[in-house]
Design a protein. Structure first.
Length: 116
């Protein structure tokens, strides 16, 4: 079973930037790439971005397109999420998970708080 550790969260002012990291271990099949998700306070978890195993294909939620960039270091099985021009509505706990991994694979996440 994959083990996921997210880091890089913190508190920033609107307009600031953060870079999140996701280190995966224990998975033998990386063919489904990796995804980033977030759960805003009081809301359901939502998709943010994903990247294919090769890195050639990325997808973003409309709300972060052009602002966030997902990338990966495959030898380290580490995925990054560069977040620029952060807004208060980006406040959430951010998680990573391979799209095909089971729901018991979720890690602890990393919290982002963006103040106006």
């Amino acid at each position: 079973q994959v083990h996921l550790v997210e880091s890089g969260g913190g508190s920033v002012q609107a307009g600031g930037s953060l870079r999140l990291s996701c280190v995966a271990s224990g998975r033998t099949d990386t063919s489904d790439g990796m995804g980033w998700y977030r759960q805003p306070p009081g809301k359901a978890r939502e998709f943010v971005a994903s990247i294919s195993q090769s890195g050639d294909s990325t997808h973003y939620a409309d709300s972060v397109t052009g602002l966030f960039t997902i990338s990966a270091d495959n030898p380290k099985d580490t995925t990054y999420l560069q977040m620029n021009t952060l807004k208060p509505e980006d406040t959430a706990i951010y998680y990573c998970k391979p799209p095909c991994a089971t729901n018991d694979s979720w890690g602890q996440g990393t919290r982002i708080t963006v103040s106006a």
